[in-house]
Design a protein around this ligand. Structure first.
Ligand SMILES: [Zn+2]
Ligand SMILES: [Zn+2]
Length: 169
């Protein structure tokens, strides 16, 4: 928890610096949205950030949250994670790390691997594509959903909660 508070502070300072060098004002809205994004591990969608921020910043609009998150990506202060769902997920951690995406509950978690970070990609991939960076998205079933699966098959039926979530995806 403590390190997350340091991370939040560092991200605000980083955002301040990026805004300054790129001539973008660090508005209160931008600050509040970064505080939320940097304080969570769940790689939220823009809607999830909006739902969290509206309690602290009443009157902020959903489209503002969407726009600010895109600005963070443009400033290099956050990254957008590719996701099997159509919805983009946002991550304040822009250092190289990889993601685990659960098919059942849509949860996105971080993982790191020295082996994966050391992969040497060919200098040219595809037809003249120049590589800037890479990350891996691993899809599967998280520990929580595996427990639900196991207990549902024990009872001889599929968990309804599980099914509902899957249908939404
Ligand atoms: Zn899951
Ligand atoms: Zn991440």
């Amino acid at each position: 928890v403590n390190s997350r508070i340091h991370f939040e502070e560092a991200k605000i300072n980083d955002l301040e610096a990026r805004c300054r060098t790129q001539g973008v004002p660090l508005t209160l809205q931008r600050r509040v949205i970064m505080e939320d994004l940097a304080g969570r591990y769940d790689h939220p969608t823009a809607d999830q950030v909006y739902e969290a921020v509206i309690t602290r910043y009443p009157g902020i609009s959903r489209s503002t949250v969407y726009r600010v998150l895109e600005t963070f990506v443009q400033l290099g202060a956050a990254q957008k994670i590719s996701n099997p769902e159509a919805k983009a997920r946002f991550d304040a951690d822009t250092s190289r790390h990889h993601h685990l995406v659960c098919h059942s509950c849509d949860q996105v978690a971080d993982f790191s691997s020295d082996d994966l970070d050391r992969i040497t990609l060919p200098p040219e991939i595809g037809n003249g594509f120049m590589v800037a960076d890479y990350s891996l998205t691993v899809t599967g079933t998280c520990a929580g959903c595996r427990t639900i699966d196991a207990s549902s098959s024990y009872h001889g039926r599929t968990g309804t909660r599980h099914l509902t979530k899957r249908r939404r995806a």
